[in-house]
Design a protein around this ligand. Structure first.
Ligand code: AHN
Ligand code: ZN
Length: 346
């Protein structure tokens, strides 16, 4: 019997979902930091400097719309704003509108929002983040709060904000040699709430990452591919910890190496840790499934009591936990990685 690529991937994905969401399973593994992480620099390239105040203002703007929960006016308005910003920043914008069915049968009206730079360039990099926010504060201790939606300043807001700032900079300066696609995925955070009993869950499928699952099956450009992908998820909390996540190590080890080397080169080793964490179900799983070797920069620390930060999926995830320094560490690291990537002719 032949095990198809997809069912193999699906099985992998699901076992990891169970592990990571329940915060158990094998967790930490220290790895040696390379003596000197080496970065490959392109001569004569000027990397624009990341403006952390600007990025912070984009988090604040999103939070001010209210929770970006699918099928609400706040979600629609925030999505319209993201389309306008990418247009204002000179990207070629495409919007994928689609419906997806949630774990509880609700039909969600979703939009993936895609902005492209140098759409004609053969060699491309894909940068992504999810823009929706979680409908439930299901990790609050107080059960009466479980059905409240979260502000999602970090979970949702931060990744989008860093990418908007990168879009602004690409537009205002000479862009990188490679083409760049920025995708804001919808419906990432509509996975089953923690309080939903196991027997009420459908095995063998994931209700997380609905937008990236749709995109993997319906690319915005036929036969689209990219040289590599970077997913930003929860990249704005004070004292964020980015470990080398399992799928990233498995499917995109060289990308991980380059990004971490830039993080260290730029002085951000307190965020980019040379430690391995287990695999986590996130949009990069479907970016990889779509053929783009992709990593996840995600705030996840198996050495802490919470694994994800203590704000995760609680009402604490608001502007109070956002740090300009963290946004800058991630923004600068990603900018250097893409600006020092040679174009197709090089
Ligand atoms: C799971 O908890 C299975 N995945 C985490 C992906 C996620 C949720 N990222 C942000 N919110
Ligand atoms: Zn979340």
């Amino acid at each position: 019997m032949q095990l198809s690529y997809k069912s193999f991937f699906g099985a992998l994905a699901l076992s990891a979902a169970l592990l990571s969401c329940n915060n158990d399973g094998p967790s930490q593994e220290a790895v040696e930091a390379p003596a000197e992480p080496t970065v490959a620099k392109l001569e004569g390239v000027e990397v624009p400097s990341f403006d952390a105040d600007s990025a912070y203002s984009y988090v604040d703007k999103q939070v001010n719309f209210g929770p970006r929960v699918p099928n609400t006016p706040e979600h629609r308005e925030a999505g319209d704003y993201l389309v306008r910003k990418l247009e204002e920043f000179g990207a070629e914008v495409k919007v994928q509108e689609f419906e997806a069915t949630a774990f509880d049968g609700t039909v969600l009206q979703l939009r993936n929002i895609i902005g492209s730079y140098k759409p004609e360039a053969q060699k491309r990099v894909l940068l992504a983040a999810h823009w929706d926010t979680r409908p439930f504060a299901d990790k609050e201790e107080d059960e009466s709060l479980h059905n409240q939606p979260i502000a999602g300043a970090n979970d949702g807001g931060s990744g989008v904000a860093v990418l908007l700032e990168i879009a602004r900079l690409i537009n205002q300066n000479e862009g990188p040699q490679v083409g760049v696609d920025i995708i804001f995925f919808d419906g990432e955070d509509y996975g089953e709430p923690e309080f939903l009993p196991m027997e009420d869950r459908e095995p063998n499928r994931t209700y997380w990452c609905l937008g990236s699952q749709y995109w993997a099956e319906n690319k915005h450009v036929p036969n689209y591919t990219a040289y590599f992908g970077i997913l930003l998820d929860m990249v704005g909390a004070e004292n964020a910890q980015f470990w080398r996540e399992g799928y990233s190590r498995e499917y995109a080890p060289s990308v991980l190496k380059r990004v971490w080397a830039w993080g260290h080169e730029l002085g951000y080793s307190r965020y980019f840790k040379y430690s391995n964490s287990e695999a986590i179900i996130d949009d990069h799983v479907f970016m990889n499934r779509a053929g783009v070797p992709s990593i996840d920069i995600i705030d996840y620390d198996p050495a802490s009591d919470f694994y994800f930060g203590d704000y995760h999926h609680t009402l604490k995830d608001d502007m109070g936990i956002i740090s300009k320094e963290t946004l800058k560490a991630v923004g600068e690291t990603v900018l250097h990685t893409i600006y020092h990537e040679p174009g197709a002719g090089a």
